[in-house]
Design a protein around this ligand. Sequence first.
Ligand SMILES: *Cc1c(COP(=O)(O)O)cnc(C)c1O
Length: 360
Amino acid sequence: MNNFNDINQLVRKNIQALTPYQSARRIGGKGDVWLNANEFPTAPNFELTEQCLNRYPQAQPEQVINRYADYAGVEAEQLIVSRGADEAIELLMRAFCEPSQDSIIYCPPTYGMYLVSAQTLGINYKAIAQTPDWQLDLTAIKQNLDSVKLVYVCSPNNPTGNLLNPDDIKALLAMTVGKALVIVDEAYIEFSLENSLVSWLATYPHLVILRTLSKAFALAGLRCGFTIANKPVIDALQKVIAPYPLASPVADIAATALSHENLAVMKLHVVNLNSQKARFTSELNKLDVVECVYPSSANYILVKFNDPQVFKYCWDQGIILRDQNKQPGLTNMIRITIGTQAQCDAVINALINFKRQGDN
Ligand SMILES: *Cc1c(COP(=O)(O)O)cnc(C)c1O
């Protein structure tokens, strides 16, 4: 007899146990103010320049690679383009980590995909919590480097918004020489571009930098990300990446987004968003329900409230934010993506009403 429940027993043990990444889309919600996924609030309007979908695309589309290399100030051989930075996180593990033998380190509170990718691939992982001021705990990392091949750090860090201290990253690079790669996730670096570590690649063969078009470039729907590293690292990733990771329409639009003209538009967007962030922060700071708005070098802010009901209240008003309450050390904190003026106003107005409710 066919038993449809038996299929689950065939699934790999680690996948049976896996909690998939809780993306904003997966969590869902109902509303008209979406500030939960760090997306850029307005959509660019790009058109396809090429139509030849009968052919396979280029494995590494030349124009995309050359334009991004120019933009990032690296050589084309120091780049690989993938289906978002998320794919790059996993490619590194596939190329460098022996399942059930090698480990990665990640430093919570941080982006969730480092853990999910390790769990999916059956690679061991060590969570080394950040210090209370959200910096690397170098002592703990140093004590835990046994069997570690990859150390994932995120700067500006998601969800806390702060940059990691560059001296700490230098110390991390020093203690991992010849043992492990240090991956610096710069998904949000455009919002404080002067802090990029790309220029360090000349000094450190084991430094890897992740980038994406999903945030400042306003192209989360395109699924296009980059890994910047020295050639030996890139060569290893080229071995494990899918034969045609980018659909040709994706490559076409990515190349357009990286033209001089559109880079200038992106940079203007960043300036505007950063001033919107400053305005929004000062409005939030006037509210009694707000305990702290943490400084942010990204396109979102982490806010600590003095009432645990704020997230649910906003959710019920159709204002969808990203709850961080369950993350270690982030009790009563919510991550809010910087939206348009109207979206930020909607958040402020909801919070003013929330305060009134509490006062009654
Ligand atoms: C959004 C995000 C990514 C994923 O970027 P994609 O290119 O959309 O896959 C990677 N790292 C961090 C820290 C992010 O916030």
